[in-house]
Structure formats: C-alpha cells, structure tokens
Design a protein. Structure first.
Length: 341
C-alpha cells in the first residue's frame, strides 16, 4: 500500500504523536508511507494532485517512534515529487485549528487537495467531505441532543453573559475554532467582575462557545477512540485513556498541551451508549478514526482532525491499536479497489 500522511509541518512532528505511531505501524507492515506538509501540494495542468514528500529509507523495521522520525529527517530519507492520485490511501492528519492565527491559508489545504485526490478513487480518511462539516466545534451540534451539554454559540457579549447567569454563573467559554486548550475559561461566580475581559479574549478568535459546566470535569475526561464509528477494541481492551489535572491544580482544562496527565481509563456502559448514539452520523460522514472526549454522560468534543493520545491508550492497555487501525485501512483500500474491478 502506498500511503500519504498529511501533517501541518513535517519538521514539527514528535515521537509522541499518534500520526508517528500510525506511520511506523504501516511501515513495519511493509507499506510505503509518505509524509507531506499542508504547504507542499501542487495542482497543475495535468489536473492531478502532486506534492513534495518524504519517506523513511526502504527495507527498515523501526522499534521506536524516535528512530522512525530520525530516519524520516535524516540524510538517507527518500525525497520525491509524488502524485497523490496514484496512491492507495491518504490520511489527513493536520489540525486546521493550529493554523487559524498564523497560517489561515493552510487550514483547509488538506481537505481541498484531499477532495481532488478522492476523485481518482484514492481512499482519503477521514473523508474530506465529512471534515468540511467538522472544521470547528459546531460539529457537535449535529448529534443527538442527549449527548451534548447545553450550549450557546455567539459573539454577543450580553447573550453570553445571560447564558452564564442562567447556569448559576458557572460555565465554560472557549473559541469555536480553537484547539489545545487555548483561551478556554471556566467562568465562576467569583469571576463576574472580569467576565467581560474573558469573553473579549475568546472573541478575538471569532465566535464564542458558552457551555454548561459538567461537575465531573473536575475529575478530568475520558478519550475513547472510535474506528469506523465503533469503539476501537483489541483482545478485550478498549483504546481509551483519561486526562486529569495534577492534584491541587486549579486549571480545569484536560488538554495534554495545557498540562494535563494521562492515566488509565475505565470504559463504562454509559460511554459505550454514547458511542452508539453518535455512530450513525460518524459513519455517514466517513469518519474513519475519531476521539470522543467524555465527561459524565455527555460529549465535550468529537475530535475528527488528527485525534491524539493513542500512544497513551496503547501503553495503558498493552495493545497495538496503531497496527489494528492500519489493518482496517488495508481493508478500506481493498474494498475500494474491488469496487473498481
């Protein structure tokens, strides 16, 4: 299988990224994996999508993600001008939210060029058409009401303040297009004198989400990975982990980039019921791999762009979930090729 991994920037990838684990698993299974950044695409007169891409040297088996990235960036790495339309599969692993402020032109590059490649029967996951609906946190509002916290999306400061007041002056406010916990605040009764400033800080990034605060958030959240709409499970263990704050840390954000820690998760019947409720829409939208962030009996977010943390799940559950995902992608490619025959 010829596979491309689309990332924000090859040079900023890390060994702990889920993308690295997936690429290493695919390489060790004998596939060729090309890395390309969202600024590396070209669409020219032949009406095909090309890209400057990079791959590890042929014939290597990598025991660690660190070794894999070292080879990808080393002098022996293969550099080529490839044609995406001739590949078997493309994984869109870039996060548009990372480029909102500094590189707005890059936000939809993966989706747009991925759509062109998909015209030539290349398997593109997650589906670019589905990702267009999920390009910001409003995607959660398309799912059943019982899985979602009460939410207001607005730029009207007075409406936002009224929503917070209706929830006993306790609510989460965050940017509609943010990621990584940036500009996420917990508005509390003691914050009323500073509420205007908090709202204005979030408004600088666009629309504001005001969301009811779920009491269970004090204990962190659970990320559960879904593969083709169903919880990813391997030999009786689910691909999941919890994100928690250190004891005594007043920060309410569960993002790893904001200082949270990962610990083993217990996947409950409630979580599995939530997953079943969102499955039909995720499958209809072509969401191959997603991460659900769950607090209490609600979904805080549905991560469709490069959901991370899979290595934590693999470590805690002692399962090679990355390999299982690549095996599922092999099946997607085989099915697509059979349909063309």
């Amino acid at each position: 299988m010829q596979l491309a991994m689309v990332v924000n920037n090859i040079d900023t990838e890390w060994p702990g990224y889920t993308t690295t684990a997936l690429a290493r698993a695919a390489t060790n299974l004998g596939h060729t994996v090309w890395y390309l950044s969202v600024g590396d695409f070209t669409y020219d007169g032949d009406e095909l999508v090309h890209a400057n891409a990079r791959a590890v040297p042929d014939g290597h088996h990598f025991r660690t993600n660190q070794a894999y990235l070292k080879a990808l960036r080393g002098g022996d790495a293969v550099r080529a001008y490839i044609t995406l339309d001739q590949l078997d599969a493309v994984m869109l692993r870039n996060d548009p939210a990372e480029d909102v402020i500094t590189r707005p032109w890059a936000r939809l590059a993966g989706i747009n060029f991925g759509r062109l490649a998909a015209r030539h029967r290349v398997v593109v996951v997650n589906s670019p058409e589905g990702l267009l609906h999920a390009v910001n946190k409003m995607y959660l509002q398309y799912f059943p009401r019982e899985v979602r916290p009460e939410t207001l999306i607005s730029r009207d400061r007075e409406l936002i303040k009224a929503f917070i007041a209706e929830h006993d002056d306790l609510a989460v406010i965050k940017p509609l297009s943010g990621s990584g916990g940036r500009n996420v605040f917990l508005a509390q009764p003691s914050d009323k004198p500073n509420l205007n400033q908090m709202i204005e800080a979030v408004k600088r990034e666009g629309y504001v989400i005001a969301q009811e605060y779920l009491p269970g958030a004090v204990h962190g959240d659970t990320r559960l990975f879904l593969l083709n709409g169903r919880p990813l499970r391997l030999r009786g263990r689910y691909a999941a982990f919890r994100r928690v704050r250190a004891k005594g840390d007043p920060d309410m954000r569960s993002n790893m980039t904001a200082g949270a820690q990962s610990v083993p998760a217990e996947v409950t019947d409630t979580m599995l019921e939530l997953a079943e409720l969102v499955r039909p829409r995720l499958q209809a939208d072509g969401m191959f791999l997603v991460g659900l962030d769950i607090v209490d009996s609600k979904l805080m977010e549905i991560n469709t762009f490069s959901p991370g943390g899979l290595i934590s799940a693999e470590t805690f559950e002692e399962r090679d979930f990355s390999r299982e995902i690549i095996r599922a992608l092999e099946q997607e490619v085989a099915a697509a090729q059979a349909a063309d025959d």
